[in-house]
Design a protein. Structure first.
Length: 127
């Protein structure tokens, strides 16, 4: 059959809800809140753009911000293994909240695990 683009499968509306549910948790998480800005609206806007292209939708992140260089963009922040785990927990709970399930959820989550681990730039002991 036709290849299914993950972005088409989730849809812009659910993706937007996912990102909002995610940052609501980030804002309340003791390990994450200290390294994020108080106002997460711009962060959420960029993350919606990024995940749109990460999932095969239009390249709206790069059109506005250039190549993602995601690991380099995280260099100013202390990304420890514990923070990567916290990030993934917030994402997993957000996925539950918006009702993602089954193979789509599993595949996306597994991809995000790899990306999150790739962002780690400090050990837990230096936290
Ligand atoms: C930006 C933390 C993983 C995508 C940021 C910012 C922080 C952060 C503190 C800056 C927010 C701001 O100033 O607006 C973390 C932590 C992670 C993590 C602790 C744990 C591993 C990820 C992953 C992705 C991602 C897995 C992609 C799936 C982004 C994007 C931005 C961002 C797109 C905005 C970059 C820009 O300024 O254009 N992250 N992040 N992050 N993060 Fe992460």
């Amino acid at each position: 059959g036709k290849p299914i683009i993950p972005y088409d499968e989730i849809g812009a509306e659910t993706l937007s809800q996912l990102v909002d549910a995610f940052y609501a948790r980030v804002a309340a998480h003791p390990k994450l809140q200290p390294i994020f800005p108080n106002d997460l609206s711009e962060t959420a806007r960029k993350q919606k753009q990024f995940l749109t292209q990460y999932l095969g939708g239009p390249n709206i992140y790069s059109e506005e911000h250039g190549h993602p260089r995601l690991r380099a963009r995280h260099n100013p922040f202390s990304i420890t293994p514990a923070r990567a785990q916290a990030w993934l927990e917030c994402m997993s709970e957000a996925m539950d909240e918006v009702g993602l399930s089954g193979k789509f959820r599993e595949t996306l989550y597994n991809r995000l695990v790899l990306t999150a681990h790739h962002m780690v730039n400090e050990s837990d002991s230096e936290e």
